[in-house]
Design a binder for this molecule. Structure first.
Ligand code: GLY
Ligand code: MN
Ligand code: MN
Length: 462
């Protein structure tokens, strides 16, 4: 087979746990299909659905599966490869063989799925994020598209999140591998980037390292001298002395576990004095957050620790003034730190976001704040052993945002605008690593990637 799998028992056990928590119902899972880029046969790289990978492992298009929690059995729906398929895309093992590799003894043709479902009650499915699967469900379940988008199973969402949120030792090994490749991508960029290059030349090196190790990108590369734009995908600027280059890039390994790392380094070999102050403050936010990681703390609290560290540092720099706690209560930090401290990571870079950010990142009964800054906090819930997530503080000077606040003299009791305006064209700094909660604290995933200023300057100078 051209894809790797965990041992058969891993998938059998995962499905057994799901059946135990659901107790009843026909649980319907659709795999992903090939998607045409500009015509049907010229496809985007195939990416199997992550939940499908979790329970069934098989990394090819054209599949669906049923976990029948009433009859305690699993059926894999799909067809053996046709002669045309063999000719154009190569031979594949039979469906029966692939099913057996993941502990499934019953297979059926995909054409039998509609008939199988036609007399079933209590069919439960997850929210479909691709239009093709929305249309398929509409046809299979004989419901209009609008209803399909509403009638997904909250119980199934919670059961799946209940499992996928906690990574096994086997999964952690895969995540370490993904983070190792991701670290190599960043180190290559730090060693390669020189003044005069285009951002896309550096992006090409980052991409190369992911692919030469059998990986792929877990998400589009952010690589920019305008790091204040949070998800900047433009790579056409020329690197110049004095610029900071922000790179947010991560690989997924062959089993599709993701890494998500960010570093921000000077295009010159050294950070300027102003860049040093801001960079070291972001590192302090990160280290204070990491020191607080342990089972039982909420990630909202950890986000608060990073935000308060930012305010303390900005008071020292004279950009802020007044009382630190009052500044925090007034959300002054959101002028500089507009996103959340992190998100869950696993088979998806933002793990399980297709199942609903609130269900993944927030405890039942807790509300997500609608306030600027806080509304972008994807992970707020209590951390528990086995959870994997990113720690990614940042400080961004966004000229449009600064102008807006300045024109309103917003929170001027806390902001020294005269000093702030000296940073208006600074750009942004983010640093990001991935962690797992252990019984006593937390452990960084993957090999060490230099993050302290002196370490990065040493690489840039060599
Ligand atoms: N790479 C996107 C993020 O850090 O969330
Ligand atoms: Mn990232
Ligand atoms: Mn991230």
């Amino acid at each position: 087979m051209h894809f790797r799998l965990f041992a058969e028992e891993v998938y059998t056990q995962r499905r057994k746990s799901l059946m135990e928590s659901m107790q009843s119902g026909i649980l319907l899972f659709l795999g992903n299909e090939e998607v045409g880029m500009n015509y049907a046969d010229n496809t985007y790289p195939f990416r199997q659905d992550s939940t499908f990978l979790y329970y069934f492992g098989i990394d090819i298009p054209g599949l669906a599966a049923i976990i029948d929690a009433d009859a305690q059995q699993t059926i894999l729906f799909g067809d053996d490869i046709s002669l045309d398929g063999v000719i154009w895309t190569g031979p594949l093992p039979t469906m029966a063989y692939m099913a057996d590799q993941v502990g499934i003894s019953k297979t059926a043709s995909i054409s039998e799925l509609a008939g199988y479902l036609s007399n079933k009650k209590n069919i439960q499915y997850l929210p479909p994020y691709r239009a093709v699967n929305q249309i398929k469900l509409s046809s299979l379940l004989n419901q209009p598209l609008g209803k399909i988008k509403e009638n997904f199973s909250l119980k199934l969402i919670k059961a799946v999140i209940g499992q996928r949120s906690f990574k096994s030792a086997l999964e952690l090994t895969e995540m370490e591998a993904a983070c190792d490749i991701s670290a190599d991508m960043h180190l290559a960029a730090m060693q390669y980037a020189k003044p005069g290059m285009k951002e896309y030349e550096v992006a090409a090196q980052v991409r190369k390292v992911a692919y030469e190790q059998g990986g792929a990108l877990a998400y589009p590369i952010i690589l920019t001298v305008n790091g204040e734009t949070l998800h900047n995908h433009y790579h056409g600027n020329t690197l110049a002395p004095g610029h900071l280059l922000l790179i947010d890039a991560g690989a997924e390994n062959d089993l599709h576990y993701a890494g998500d790392l960010t570093r921000t380094f000077p295009v010159s070999s050294k950070y300027s004095e102003q860049q040093k102050d801001i960079y070291n403050l972001v590192i302090k936010m990160m280290d204070n957050a990491i020191d607080a990681l342990k089972p039982g703390i909420t990630y909202k609290e950890v986000h608060g620790i990073a935000a308060k560290t930012l305010i303390g540092g900005m008071l020292d720099l004279g950009i802020l003034k007044g009382n630190a706690e009052e500044a925090f209560q007034n959300d002054v930090h959101t002028l500089f730190f507009q996103h959340g401290l992190g998100h869950m990571i696993g088979l998806d870079v933002h793990d399980m976001e297709d199942l609903g950010e609130l269900h993944v990142g927030y405890e039942e009964g807790t509300q997500k704040s609608k306030a600027f800054g806080w509304k972008s906090l994807r992970l707020a819930r209590t951390l528990q052993t086995g959870m994997t997530f990113t720690v990614e503080p940042g400080i961004y000077f966004i000229p449009t945002l600064i102008d807006r606040w300045y024109n309103e003299r917003k929170l001027e009791q806390f902001i020294n605008y005269e000093e702030l305006l000296k940073y208006k064209n600074f750009s942004g700094v983010r640093v990001e690593d991935n962690y797992v909660i252990t019984d006593t604290g937390a452990r960084k995933l993957g090999k060490y990637l230099p993050k302290y200023l002196s370490e990065i300057e040493a690489i840039r100078e060599s």
